[in-house]
Design a protein around this ligand. Structure first.
Ligand SMILES: [Zn+2]
Length: 464
């Protein structure tokens, strides 16, 4: 399978073993997560599913940043501790992910559970000459790491310009914090930890170097995240890990693009965010998930009511095909009706779908193939044999599983002989224009949660 590696700036063949180790940067838990976060989570969840479908064992790690300036600020504002704020929004994040069918990672490490690991990593960086302490703060010294800038591809001039807050304590303008000495706010929010440099807390980037190495070892296969993390977060993370372990820490850096709204990046600072749950309440989690897969992961995706309505239609038509297949299977099984094979094959859809994802996770292409499959189903459902229908249903569902939709789909029941008899009686009643009797039978089924559907091919049913 081929994917775009941010580090090499080209699409390359992924060389993966049986086990694939993935680390994806998670949220900073200080507020509800928005659609931009959902895009990253859904994309990497889909990649994980696809790799599993291809027979890999995936070890998936996604961290939570549970101590940080924004968390501390909110804690102080609300008179709470950093831990209370972080725990609250981590729980909310999991609720959102459940609605989107994003599976839990194998590990969800939190910064505050790894303070001793982080301290010992910082000590090692100081010993190796990559970091230094000033007044209880520890900085990574960027000029000590000659390969800095290679991931983001930024030149020295660009890097030098990029520093927002000049800090006279830093030896170089590019140096960044590994450990920050405690401020009054931090103490108030109980966001401080003992260290050889006094009370303080870790800088943002070091957590991912430490936790990825702890759970996956170095090097590991795939490091993911949103495009905005390439610089400085991932550039710094790579520098720290390389300095610590002496090897390139990540085989493939993979980044997804933004969600935009009227062409602008969705972000808290621009004030144009849509929380995940707002969209979930309005359209449903699976529709939102499908929407997030309608654009290629390296293209921006514009969120609008219209785009979501379109995704809803797409979702409904796929679901309709799944139900059509299931209804026909339940019908043939209930009535024991034999049908000769239509000699049709769905291999082209299966292969086309897989090929699209193997080609740099082209989800829009895969979705287009799935819709062709859906049209094929609608056209052929009444002519396929039971075996063909079951194969078709399983294939369709497997592909949908990779995309993470129809997970909670419940199969349509095969009915008893008595029920089959009732359905036949009703068909006779209808022919005799005895609608009263026909309706009475229909209502009987309805009371049991079964909706009878009259098709040109006879009666079918589904659960309601
Ligand atoms: Zn990270």
């Amino acid at each position: 399978m081929r994917m775009f590696n941010t580090f090499t700036r080209r699409v390359e063949e992924l060389k993966l073993g049986k086990t694939v180790k993935i680390y994806v940067c998670g949220i900073t838990a200080y507020d509800y997560s928005h659609i931009g976060h959902a895009r990253t989570a859904v994309f990497f969840d889909t990649l994980r599913r696809f790799l599993e479908f291809k027979g890999h064992e995936v070890i998936y790690v996604q961290n939570f940043t549970d101590v940080d300036d924004k968390i501390v600020r909110r804690a102080v504002e609300e008179g709470k501790t950093q831990k209370e704020i972080a725990e609250r929004f981590i729980a909310e994040y999991f609720k959102d992910m459940e609605a989107l069918n994003v599976r839990r990672a194998d590990y969800h490490p939190k910064v505050t559970d790894h303070i001793p690991d982080i301290i010992s990593a910082i000590q090692k960086l100081i010993e190796k000459g990559y970091a230094y302490e000033v007044d209880g703060n520890v900085y990574f010294h960027v000029p000590a790491f000659k390969r800095y800038g290679e991931l983001s591809g930024m030149s020295l001039e660009e890097l030098n310009m990029h520093r927002i807050e000049p800090d006279p304590r830093k030896k170089d303008v590019k140096d960044f914090a590994l450990w920050k000495s405690a401020k009054e706010e931090d103490v108030k929010a109980k966001a401080v930890f003992e260290s050889p440099w006094g009370l303080g807390r870790p800088g943002w980037h070091i957590e991912c170097s430490v936790m990825s190495a702890k759970y996956l070892g170095v090097p590991f296969d795939i490091h993911g995240g949103g495009r905005d993390l390439v610089f400085p977060h991932h550039e710094n993370e790579r520098a720290q890990s390389y300095a610590l372990f002496g090897v390139e820490p990540v085989r493939y850096w993979i980044h997804n693009d933004f969600v935009t709204i009227r062409g602008e990046k969705m972000s808290k600072s621009l004030g144009n965010i849509v929380p995940i749950r707002t969209a979930v309440e309005k359209y449903g989690g699976e529709v939102l998930r499908l929407f997030l897969l309608t654009a290629h992961y390296r293209s921006p995706l514009d969120y609008s009511e219209r785009a979501l309505e379109t995704a809803k239609k797409s979702y409904d038509s796929l679901k309709n095909s799944l139900i059509l297949l299931d209804m026909e299977i339940a019908y043939l099984k209930t009535f024991g009706e034999k049908r000769s094979p239509a000699n049709v094959s769905v291999d082209e859809f299966f292969d086309g779908f897989v090929r699209a994802l193997e080609d740099d996770m082209n989800t829009p292409k895969a979705l287009a193939v799935l819709h062709e499959f859906s049209r094929f189903v609608n056209k052929n459902v009444y002519s396929m044999s039971l075996n063909e229908l079951e194969h078709c249903f399983d294939t369709f569902r497997k592909l949908c599983w990779i995309l993470g939709i129809f997970e909670k789909y419940e199969r349509i029941p095969v009915l008893s002989e008595d029920d089959a008899e009732l359905i036949k009686e009703r068909e006779v009643a209808r022919k005799e224009r005895n609608f009263e009797k026909a309706d009475a039978i229909r209502n009987k089924f309805r009371e049991r949660g079964i909706q009878l559907i009259d098709t040109p091919e006879g009666t079918r049913w589904r659960t309601v």
